[in-house]
Design a protein around this ligand. Structure first.
Ligand code: IVH
Length: 676
């Protein structure tokens, strides 16, 4: 046997045993036997590097990337509509029946010419029921049986290329059992047991812990260094695949069968008859789910027949042929010990319910959010009341109801800030009470905590207690000051030795090459969160462009409301904010716009406004096509608009376009443009 043959034989053996271990959960080799094969292969490949192939099992952990490329999805990733109870599920089913059976004159897909007055119970079409996995959606592309690309969901139209990180997940096959072309959809998750272990380890290392398995999986998959991902125990459940050609499976359940045969890790799927069958199946799953080692938040019910699925189609956001039945969140009664107050990063005072601790949905709950003073009025809640508290998978516990006891005490509004003692004020056009002190320590802490958080600058190691020390010792007055801290500065802090101080400096350094949308989110502009920051970066290439935008420019952006536009405008006029940004940039922060990375998008950065009715496209569809080509589609015309597409009966937008000299395209011209 020559070396090449020997290497191939080893690879086959390793792949098979890895499949048995990670996918089938049924290992045939002892760990040491498997390790021996692996080391043998590694040694041979080291001697003959020219024989290494990207799909070799030794190649799962690749090099560090600088960023995740934005890549358009070949097929859009849709979301799911929720059914919150049996009634909503039955309504969904009725709509399915109605759409598949549009009366005697319509085309029938499944059951001949039934009349319209059939109720949901009468006609039974096959429905596939499966776990709704609470993880992160990914799309995996296989060409001739080889894993070539894996993308995050992103906004469903454009995702991020995380191929190298996905390759580290052993239950994702690098090579299928047949050389087919297929795009597979699945959910990346972290087993609950691994999540608990990881949190324990993070706590011991003084690093931030994750709120739930889903966040832990998300934090692990979005690491630029695949080595870190490979150290976290991630897995996949595949829940769909797109096969093309005449041999494509005819039902969802057959698709799943085929995916399993190809080597994918698929979960249990039950095909039932009609909605009554689905309800029975949901009850069974609800009983089983408590003992599972993965988080589920419901059951997905899908019309099994692919032809019917195609006939039902999609809304702009979700398939009409599927629904997610959500399990009702757990709720329990306890005693409200008292109501405390907190001051957040915006200065607004929020009341918090301090509870007699209870065990809810797997964790101990001793606090619950009361949001604002209106909520206190609405609930008519008083200290020492009995309160009903609920906790859904990732939501902060919430008080649903309050009942009086003999012990209940009247509620008193606070007068001073719980952090700095300043006299609280009311603000014009805003609800609630506010701390007016710009230097209030808790406001600063909240701002910095937000700045370093995952969806903002995502800086590792900056936990609450570290930030509190930096502020209490006056070492940091704004987020930009973080970047001026030295190793010695950090080493002055309690519990920080040279190694952790170096890690903190490195984490800050790493965060300098950030994404513009995350940086804008991190600035903490009032009302501007992750999504609006994203919209702004689709619009403006750089921070300077946002700074220079007029109030009119900002409020003409689809998705940026008037109040938000005003906040953004005022934020960039404030001297202190401008100084912080200038300082941050001069200390090396380099925000990069992800929406300008993909150069292959031909309408990149162009802005189109549609007015009137198009014949061949719904407005949603036309906007979706434009976005998939990199364009923006605001709802109103401004000087920044590149084209207006005018259909039949155009509105005032056409006049505005003419008055501003914006070029106008007919539907025909629009079609030519996208077909080019
Ligand atoms: S089907 C077009 N099946 O839930 C069909 N999704 O809330 C859409 N999910 O983005 C997806 N388990 O990431 C499907 N068994 C399952 C699922 C599942 C979890 C996720 C998926 C989707 C999200 C929608």
């Amino acid at each position: 046997m020559d070396i090449q043959e020997k290497i191939e034989k080893l690879r086959k053996e390793i792949e098979l045993n890895s499949y048995l271990y990670y996918v089938e959960d049924n290992p045939k080799l002892e760990d040491y036997e498997y390790d021996k094969l692996f080391r043998e292969l590694e040694a041979l490949e080291k001697e003959h590097p020219e024989l290494i192939t990207p799909d070799s099992p030794t190649q799962r952990v690749g090099g560090i990337s600088e960023k995740f490329e934005a890549v358009p999805h070949k097929n859009r990733l849709y979301s799911l509509e929720n059914s919150n109870d049996e009634n909503e599920l039955k309504k969904w089913y009725e709509r399915v029946l109605k759409d598949l059976n549009p009366g005697a004159s319509g085309q029938m897909s499944l059951f001949g010419t039934q009349s319209m007055d059939n109720t949901a119970g009468d006609i039974k079409i096959p429905l596939a029921c499966e776990y709704k996995i609470d993880g992160l959606a990914v799309a995996l592309t296989y060409k001739e049986g080889k894993f070539v690309q894996g993308l995050t969901r992103g906004d469903g139209i454009i995702g991020e290329d995380i191929t190298n990180n996905l390759k580290t997940i052993k239950s994702i096959p690098l090579k299928l059992f047949e050389p087919v072309d297929v795009e597979v959809r699945g959910e990346i998750y972290m087993p609950v047991s691994s999540f608990e272990k990881l949190n324990k380890k993070q706590e011991e290392l003084g690093q931030k812990t994750f709120a739930n398995p889903r966040n832990a999986a998300a934090g692990s998959i979005r690491q630029l260094d695949p080595k870190i991902t490979s150290e976290r125990d991630l897995s996949i459940w595949v829940y769909g695949g797109i096969f093309e050609g005449k041999d494509a499976p005819k039902s969802h359940s057959l698709t799943m069968k085929k995916l399993k045969e190809l080597g994918f890790k698929t979960n249990k799927i039950t095909v039932v008859d009609g909605v009554e069958g689905a309800i029975k199946c949901i009850q069974k799953i609800d009983e089983e789910r408590k003992g599972l080692d993965f988080a589920t938040d419901g059951v997905v019910i899908k019309v099994d027949d692919i032809h019917s699925q195609n006939e039902l189609g999609f809304t702009s956001r979700v398939p009409k042929w599927a629904t997610a039945y959500k399990f009702p969140p757990e709720a329990l009664w306890t005693t409200l010990k008292r109501i405390d107050f907190q001051v957040g990063r915006t200065g607004v005072i929020t009341p918090v319910a301090i509870l007699e601790p209870i065990n809810l949905a797997g964790s101990v709950v001793s606090r619950a959010s009361l949001y604002n003073f209106d909520e206190i009025k609405r609930l008519e809640i008083m200290p020492r009341d009995r309160v009903l508290v609920k906790k859904a998978a990732e939501i902060i516990p919430k008080v649903l109801k309050a009942e009086k006891t003999d012990d209940s005490k009247p509620f008193k509004m606070p007068e001073n800030c719980p952090s700095c003692g300043a006299k609280l004020i009311e603000k014009e056009n805003e609800v609630g009470l506010w701390c007016p002190n710009k230097d209030c320590p808790d406001v600063l802490k909240g701002k910095i905590e937000y700045f370093v958080s995952k969806y903002a600058m995502d800086i590792e190691g900056f936990g609450e207690s570290l930030i509190a020390q930096l502020i209490d010792r006056n070492m940091v007055k704004t987020w930009a000051d973080l970047y001026a801290l030295s190793l010695l500065d950090f080493m002055q802090l309690d519990l920080i030795k040279e190694k952790s101080a170096t890690n903190l400096i490195n984490a800050l350094e790493l965060s300098k090459n950030c994404k513009l949308n995350k940086f804008i989110n991190a600035l903490g502009i009032r009302l501007v969160g992750k999504e609006s920051a994203d919209i702004l970066t689709q619009y403006f290439k750089t921070i300077d462009e946002i700074k220079a935008a007029s109030l009119e420019d900002l409020s003409s952006i689809d998705g940026i409301g008037e109040k938000m536009a005003k906040n953004i405008y005022e934020f960039f006029k404030d001297e202190d904010n401008l100084k912080a940004i200038e300082k941050g940039l001069s200390l090396g922060i380099k925000p990069e716009n992800i929406y300008t990375i993909s150069d292959n998008l031909k309408l990149k950065g162009k802005s189109f406004v549609i007015t009137g009715t198009l014949n061949e496209f719904s407005r949603d569809k036309a906007q979706e096509i434009l976005k998939s080509l990199g364009a923006k589609t605001p709802s109103s015309v401004s000087r920044n608009t590149d084209y207006v597409i005018a259909g039949e009966n155009p509105g005032s937008k056409l006049e505005k376009a003419k008055s501003l000299g914006v070029p106008v395209l007919s539907e025909e011209e629009f079609k030519n443009l996208i077909e080019q």
